[in-house]
Structures are given as C-alpha cells and as structure tokens.
Design a protein around this ligand. Structure first.
Ligand code: SAM
Length: 293
C-alpha cells in the first residue's frame, strides 16, 4: 500500500494533538441520531461475527480517542487500532490500558495495518477522507478480511462531481454558518478561497488534514465497486450531516444527502494462499498490552 505523503502525515499528526477536540467538528460524534447510526451498524456487524464464530478480530483504522473502539471492545471483540497521530495513539493506549483485548499501534505513515494479519471486521470511521489514496488503502484492508468477514466505513463526503449544485450550495452554506462562529475564521476563509480556485497545497494544514473534504469528496461508487469484488452484500448508506445542531435537525428532515457510509458483509473466500483460512491472531492469541511505537 502507498504510504501517506510526509507533509500530509505530519500535519495530521500535529493537528490531532493531545488536547484536540474530535467532537467539536465531527457531526457523527456531536449528533445523537448520527452517532447511533454509526454505533448501531458497527455493533450489529461485530455481534453477527461473534454469534457465528465466538470471536471477532477487529481492525479500526484511525480511532482518534476511541469513541467507537469502546463500543466494539465492550461486545467482546479483540481490537487492533492503528492511529497516525502519536498523541492520539498515546491517549488510546492509556485509555485502554486495563483492557488486554485492545491493541494500539502508532502508524506514522498509514502502512501499519498491512503487517497485522487477518481480521474479521475492518472499521474506517471518519477516516477515508484523510487518506490521499483511499482506494489503495481500502483494497489492502479488504485483502486482510477473513472469509465471512465485513468492512464498515462511515462519515465521508459524497463525491462532489456527482452531486447537484443545490446540494453543494446547501451543504457549503451550512458548513460556513458553523465555521464562521469558530476560532480561526481567517484560516477557514483562506482555505475556502483555495478550494473555490481548486488550488491545493499539501504543505498547508488546511489542505492536508481534511484532504478529500477540501478536494472532491470521496468516490462512494468507486469504493462500492471495489467492495463488490469481495463482498456479495454491499450497502451504501447516504445521509445528511453537518456540524451545527439546528441545521442537522433541518437537514435530516429536508436536506439532500451529503455524506455516506459503506457496509459490506459476508466476504467471499480469497483466491491465493490465505484462501479459506484465518491467519494467526495478529500479536498472538490473547496478547496483552498495548504497543505504542
Ligand atoms: C476525524 S478523526 C476520526 C476519529 C475516530 N475514528 C472518530 O470517528 O471519532 C481521523 C483520525 O484518523 C487518523 N488517521 C488519518 N489517516 C490515518 C491512517 N492512514 N491510518 C491511521 N490513522 C489515520 C487521524 O490521526 C485522526 O485521529
């Protein structure tokens, strides 16, 4: 898998610092209905694997401060978390230090998952839009899913070129209404101006962190196609999401979809040496501890 370009990885790590508030700018953490939609799906998928096999190995890419890790670990899954930000990885390791079923890997360039073996479920929650080559990344994660397993992603912006003008305007207006009331207004406006001109610079945090949010969104149809090669059952869940509470309420009732999740279940057996076999548990069966390197 291609690694994350250095300036992009560096900015993401710096922005997601020890005191970073993941909830403030994240509709799926702020709004109850969205949060339940994501938690409910993750829990259903993990529960299904646990019911069939009695165990469930989960890879969660980019867990932030572990909001969703908590939910799947509470069900009895064994969870491997990769996190690009050193500060967030340290905080996760501390948060789950008493839970030997949660393993945290600091992943400075986005390549750590490849060495962690095979999983029953892969979760990418609000993370694909941070990954410049998300198609290559998802291709790799899917190759690491055991037969019968599942892939879930949520909270990525729908591919802008396929969306109507009105949908884009309403979405952008809702975002700006919220953003203008937040600190760093000038930075936000500069970033918007670059966005409108289509001029991006990986050396600027505004362009490097919310990578595909400030570019063209995430191509849900290309991802769906990729997932269909491995999964008989793929669902694209399209919905409205925005930061401000009242606009979320309105958008849920009247707004166009802006954001999507993907739920792919029942992975076919892979062709090749791993076909039909589960690989050894990454880190060993019941490995205790939480390596943060
Ligand atoms: C918007 S936050 C989402 C956090 C969490 N999943 C949630 O929904 O609350 C994105 C997180 O992904 C991490 N990240 C970005 N690219 C990554 C990658 N390629 N591998 C692992 N973590 C990544 C960032 O450091 C950040 O903590």
């Amino acid at each position: 898998m291609t690694s994350i370009p250095e300036p992009v990885a560096r900015h993401q790590s710096v922005v997601h610092h020890a005191g970073f508030d993941y909830t403030a700018g994240s509709p799926h953490l702020r709004h109850r209905a969205l949060h339940q939609r994501v938690v409910g799906t993750c829990r259903d998928v993990v529960r299904d694997v646990l019911a069939r096999w009695g165990h469930c190995r989960v890879l969660e890419v980019g867990a932030g401060h572990g909001t969703f890790t908590d939910h799947v670990a509470a069900l009895g899954a064994e969870v491997w978390v990769t996190e690009l930000s050193q500060d967030s990885a340290t905080r996760l390791a501390d948060r789950f230090r008493h839970n030997p079923a949660v393993h945290v890997r600091h992943d400075p360039d986005g390549t750590a998952a490849a060495s962690l073996g095979t999983f029953d479920v892969v979760l990418c929650l609000s993370v694909l839009h941070h990954i410049p080559d998300y198609l290559a990344a998802v291709g790799q994660y899917v190759g690491q899913i055991a037969p019968g397993g599942a892939f879930v992603s949520y909270q990525d912006p729908l591919w802008y070129p396929r969306r109507g003008r009105v949908s884009r305007l309403v979405d952008r207006g809702a975002y700006l209404t919220w953003r203008l009331g937040r600190p760093g207004r000038a930075r936000g406006l500069a970033s918007l101006s670059r966005r409108l001109r289509g001029a991006y610079d990986d050396d600027l945090p505004g362009d490097a962190v919310e990578y595909h949010v400030v570019r063209l969104g995430v191509d849900e149809e290309a991802l769906e196609k990729l997932l269909r090669e491995r999964f008989p059952d793929v669902r694209v869940d399209r919905y409205w999401s925005t930061q401000a509470g009242p606009l979320q309420w309105l958008g849920e009732r009247f707004g166009p979809p802006t954001t999507f999740g993907l739920v792919a279940t029942g992975a076919h057996a892979r062709r090749g040496p791993c076909s039909g076999q589960a690989a050894p548990l990454p880190g060993g069966n019941g490995a205790a501890g939480h390596a943060v390197s």
